[in-house]
Design a protein around this ligand. Structure first.
Ligand SMILES: Cc1cc2nc3c(=O)[nH]c(=O)nc-3n(C[C@H](O)[C@H](O)[C@H](O)COP(=O)(O)OP(=O)(O)OC[C@H]3O[C@@H](n4cnc5c(N)ncnc54)[C@H](O)[C@@H]3O)c2cc1C
Ligand code: SF4
Length: 483
C-alpha cells in the first residue's frame, strides 16, 4: 500500500481544469473538465489512508472514501465504482455538486495538516463517469418480484434514491411527479454549468430500464388525494421538496419583473432542454441586455447571478445583507461567480422597489452592519441610517430561500402532522409520519438542504418501508392462518 498511497507530501493537490472565464460565460456547459485516468490515479494516491477517516465521517452517506481512493490509485476502477456506488445512488451527481469544502474535503486530514485536500469529489465523479463510459453500469435485475407496491411522490434525489433501493428488493414502484421530467431540482433548479442535464437523464433512464415506473405531469393534490394513493399502494413516500419562495416584503414588491428564483432558473433550464418557454421567448425572463439584481447569498442566488451572466445581462448585482464570510452558499460557487464578473454588494439590503408604469426600474438600498449575536450564534445585520442609494434594475430575482407548501391542505389530509415551519414531522429513526403506511424524506422533512442529504434520507426511508411491508405481510398471512 505504502508505494501507491500517502503521496501527499511530494504531490500537489490538483482539481480538474476549469474552462477559461472568457469562454465559459458564453455557454452553459459544466465549467470543470473531467480528470483523465492517470490524473485520477495520481490524485487518489495522495490519500493518507488514516485510521479514522474524517472525510467518511463528514460525508452524509458515510462513503467508504479511503478504500475507493486506494482502488483508484491501484487502477482497479471497476471495483472502485462498485464500492462507491454501494453507498451512493448518484455518485456522479454528488461528485459534481456537493459542497465538498463543508463536507468530505473540508475535513480531510491532510487538508487539516496544511497539505491541501485530496480532491475527493472530482475523483468520485471520475469513477462513475468512467464506469458509464465503459458500460459497467447496467439496469439492475431484480431477483424476485414482489406483489407489494409503493407510491413515491416526488422524483427528486430523495424519491429516486428510495425508488432504486426498494426496486432492488423486488417491490413495484410508481414515482409520481408534477413536472414533465424526473429529477426534481437536479433538472429544473440546478443549472447546467454545475450539472449538465444529460447526466441526470442518464441516471433516470437507468432507473426506468430497471423497472421503476414514472407518472409525470401528475400533481398529487390535483389529480389524486393522498388517500387515493394510499388505496392504490401498500406504502407511500412523500418526497416533494420545498418550493414556496420567501418574499421580500417592502414597498413596491408587487411591481412587474420581480420574480422568484425558481421561475427564472426553471425557464433557463427548460430552454437548455430545448423546450418552448413563452415567458423566456417573449423576453420577460431573459436577462439579455438588462440590469439584473439578485437578492440573497445562498446557492440559489449564485445560480441566478451566473445564469444571468450567461444570458448576457448588461449588469448583474448580488445583494446580501451580511458580509462575504457569512454567506451561506458554497465558497467555491461564490468564487466562481466573482470570477465571472458578478458585482457583489455585501452588507446591503433592499429598502424599496421603484417602478414606472407598474414595472420595476430601480431598487433603493440600505447599507448594513453586523451587530449583536442572535440566538442562532450569528451577528444580526442592522441598517446603517442615512446610507440609502439607488441602483437600476430591469429584473429583480428573489433568492431568499424556500418554505414548504401546505401539504396537509394540498393532499386533502388535514391530519398529517407538520412542524411549525410546515415541514412534515417524522419519527427520526423510521421516517414514518403519523399516518399509517406514509413515510417522508428529503427537503420536505429537513427544510431546504442538500442533494447528498436527500439521497441519504431516501435510502433510510427505503430500509424502513421494507421493514414495514415485511411486517405487514407477515401479519396478514398470520391472520389468514388463524382464520
Ligand atoms: C437553485 C438551487 C440550487 C441548488 N444547488 C445545490 C447544490 O449545488 N448542491 C446541493 O447539494 N444541493 C443544491 N440544492 C439543494 C438540492 O437541490 C435539494 O436539497 C434537493 O434537490 C432536495 O431533494 P428532494 O428530493 O427532497 O426534493 P426536490 O429535488 O425538490 O424534488 C421534489 C420533487 O417533488 C415534486 N413534487 C412536489 N410537489 C408535488 C406534488 N404535489 N405532486 C407530485 N410531485 C410533486 C417536484 O416536482 C420535484 O420533482 C440547490 C437547490 C436549488 C433550489
Ligand atoms: S457524497 Fe458528497 S460529501 Fe460524500 S464523498 Fe461524495 S462529494 Fe464528498
Amino acid at each position: 500500500m505504502a508505494e501507491k498511497m500517502l503521496k501527499f507530501v511530494g504531490l500537489k493537490g490538483e482539481t480538474p481544469l476549469k474552462s477559461k472565464v472568457s469562454e465559459r460565460v458564453k455557454n452553459f456547459f459544466e465549467i470543470y473538465k473531467n480528470y483523465i485516468e492517470p490524473k485520477a490515479k495520481e490524485q487518489s494516491s495522495r490519500c493518507s489512508q488514516c485510521g479514522v477517516p474524517y472525510c467518511q465521517i463528514h460525508c452524509p452517506l458515510s462513503n467508504n472514501i479511503p478504500d475507493w481512493l486506494k482502488l483508484t490509485a491501484e487502477g482497479r476502477l471497476e471495483e472502485a465504482y462498485e464500492l462507491s456506488s454501494a453507498t451512493n445512488n448518484m455518485p456522479e451527481v454528488c461528485g459534481r455538486i456537493c459542497p465538498q469544502d463543508r463536507l468530505c474535503e473540508g475535513n480531510c486530514v491532510i487538508e487539516r495538516a496544511g497539505h491541501g485536500t485530496v480532491t475527493i469529489g472530482s475523483i468520485e465523479k471520475f469513477i462513475t463517469d468512467h464506469a458509464f463510459e465503459n458500460g459497467w453500469i447496467k439496469p439492475f435485475k431484480v431477483k424476485k418480484n414482489l406483489n407489494q407496491s409503493i407510491g413515491i411522490i416526488g422524483a427528486g434525489p430523495a424519491g429516486l434514491a428510495a425508488a432504486e433501493q426498494l426496486r432492488k428488493l423486488g417491490y413495484q414502484i410508481i414515482v409520481y411527479d408534477r413536472y414533465d421530467r424526473p429529477g426534481g431540482l437536479l433538472i429544473y433548479g440546478i443549472p447546467n454549468f454545475k450539472l449538465e442535464k444529460h447526466i441526470v437523464e442518464r441516471r433516470t433512464k437507468l432507473l426506468e430500464d430497471s423497472g421503476i415506473k414514472f407518472a409525470q405531469n401528475f400533481e398529487v393534490g390535483k389529480k389524486n388525494t393522498l388517500q387515493d394513493l394510499k388505496e392504490k399502494h401498500d406504502a407511500i413516500l412523500i418526497a416533494t421538496g420545498v418550493y414556496k419562495a420567501r418574499e421580500v416584503e417592502i414597498k413596491g414588491s408587487t411591481l412587474k419583473n420581480i420574480f422568484p428564483a425558481m421561475e427564472f432558473l426553471t425557464a433557463s433550464n427548460k430552454k437548455g432542454l430545448g423546450d418552448k418557454v413563452k415567458l423566456f421567448d417573449d423576453g420577460t425572463l431573459n436577462a439579455e441586455g438588462k440590469n439584473i439584481v439578485v437578492i440573497g447569498g445562498g446557492d440559489t442566488a449564485m445560480d441566478c447571478v451566473r445564469t444571468a451572466i450567461r444570458q448576457n445581462a448588461k449588469s448583474v448585482k448580488c445583494l446580501y445583507r451580511r458580509d462575504k464570510k457569512n454567506m451561506p452558499g458554497s465558497a467555491r460557487e461564490v468564487s466562481n461567480a466573482e470570477e465571472e464578473g458578478v458585482d457583489f454588494n455585501w452588507l446591503t439590503n433592499p429598502k424599496e422597489f421603484i417602478g414606472e408604469k407598474g414595472i420595476v426600474k430601480q431598487v433603493i438600498l440600505h447599507k448594513m452592519r453586523l451587530g449583536e449575536t442572535d440566538a442562532t450564534g450569528r451577528q444580526r445585520p442592522e441598517i446603517v441610517s442615512g446610507s440609502e442609494k439607488k441602483i437600476d434594475a430591469d429584473i429583480v430575482i428573489k433568492a431568499l430561500g424556500f418554505d414548504p407548501e401546505d401539504i396537509p391542505n394540498l393532499f386533502s389530509e388535514p391530519k398529517l402532522d407538520v412542524s411549525k415551519w410546515g415541514t412534515i414531522k417524522t419519527d427520526l429513526k423510521t421516517m414514518k409520519t403519523n399516518i399509517e403506511g406514509v413515510f417522508a424524506a428529503g427537503d420536505i422533512v429537513r427544510g431546504a438542504s442538500l442533494v447528498v442529504w436527500a439521497i441519504r434520507d431516501g435510502r433510510d426511508a427505503a430500509t424502513s418501508i421494507d421493514e414495514y411491508l415485511k411486517n405487514k405481510k407477515f401479519l396478514a398471512e398470520r391472520k389468514k392462518l388463524v382464520a
